[in-house]
Design a protein. Sequence first.
Length: 394
Amino acid sequence: MAMSAELVDFPLRRPGNPGPPPEYTSYREREGLVWSTMPTGARVWLVTRYEEVRAVLTNPKISSNPAHPGFPSTGRTGGVPSQDQIPGWFVALDPPEHDRFRKALIPEFTVRRVRQLRPAIQEVVDGVIDALVEKGKETGNTADLVADFVTPVPSLVISALLGVPKIDRGFFESRIRSLVSLNASHDERDEATRLIMRYLNRLIRIRQKRPGDDLISVMLKSEALSPMEISGASMLLLIAGQETTASNMALGLMTLLMNRQWIGDERVVEEVLRYYSVADFVSLRVATDDVEIGGQLVKKGEGVVPLVGGANHDESAFECPHKFDPERSVRHHVAFGYGVHQCLGQNLVRAELDIAYRTLFERLPEVAMAVGVEELPFRCDGVIFGLNSLPVRW
Ligand code: HEM
C-alpha cells in the first residue's frame, strides 16, 4: 500500500479542545499510516487506529530501546532528563531484559496490593487538602488546584511507597516539581535528578541493612536487581507517575466542576483516562526489522509512534468516541499503553484518582471554578497534555 502523500508535522496541538487533536479523525480514514516529521527533523510513522496501535505495541520487531538507530525523539524533555540510558530505566528495555524488572515489581502493583495501599493514599490526599484549606484562610478561600492539590499528590504517594520517611517527602516533592516544570532549564533538571538519585542511593543502603515493607526493600529482597538498577527503577516510578497522574487529576476535577452530576461516580475515572489520553505520544518505538502495520511497510530503522489518543477515539472501538460519557463503562482503552510496557502503575492511578476526586468534593462541597473554562490554560507544549492551572474558590 502506498504511503500517505502528505507529510504532517508532529506533535499536533489540541486547539481549544482538550480532547486529542481533531486531525487524528481524518488520519484514521487514510490508507496505511501517516508519514510525519518530528521537531528534531526525524521522520516517523504515526499510527492512529485502535487495532494498529495495539499491533505496534505487541510486535516483537518493534523496539522501545533508544539505542537502536532511527529511534524517534520529540526533542522535548518535559520532565524526563537524559536518563533513558540509566540502569533500571526499564521502559527503554525490550524483552527479555525488561522481564526481570516487571517480575520484581508487578506483585507490588496488583489490584489486591493497591487495595491495601488505599489508606496510605488517603492519608496523603487528606494532608494535601489540609494544607490547601489552611492556605485558603489567607487567600480568601481560593486556590489553584494544579499547584496546591494535583501536583504534590503523585510524588508524595510514590515516595510513601518507596519508603521515604515523612520528613523527607517535601524534599522529594519539590525536586520532582523542578524536574517536570516546563520552565526549568536543562541544568536545573539535571541537578534535581542528581539530588534525587543521591537520596535514593542512600535510602537503598539503609534498607540493605534494615529492610522494611516498602518498595525498595521488596526490590532488594527479590535479588533480581542490582542496587543501581533499583535506584534507576525508583526514579522511573517517580517520573512516570508524576505528570501523567497530576494531569488526569486536574482534567478530571475540571470535568467534575463543570458536570457536578457526576461527582461521586467512580466511572468518571476510566472515562477521564480514555477521553483526554494525556500520554498520547509517550510510546515511542523503532522497527528493528521490516514489518507491515495496517498494510503499510515500515522499514528497519524507521520510527513509529502509536498515538493512544487516536486509538481511544477510534469509532471502530468506541461508540460516539468524542463524547465524554462515564456511563460507557469500558476498560479496553489504551490510555496506559498496551503490551509488555503497559503502565505498571495503572491500578495505583485508579485508586489515586478515585480518592482524590471523592475527597476534594467531600471536604469542600462548595468548591467551584474561579474562571470560565475558556480562560483555562491547557498545557500543550509538554510531553504530557494537561492544565497549567485550575483556579477555584469555595
Ligand atoms: C494517569 C496516569 C498514568 C498514565 C496515563 C500512564 C501512562 C503510561 C503509558 C502510556 C505507558 C506505556 C509507555 C510505553 O509504551 O512506552 C506507561 C508505562 C509505565 N508507567 Fe505509567 N502512566 C500513569 C501513571 C503511572 C504511575 C502512577 C506510575 C508509578 C507507579 C507509572 C509507572 C509506569 C512505569 C514504570 C511504566 C513502564 C512500564 C514498563 O516499561 O514495563 N505510571 N504509563
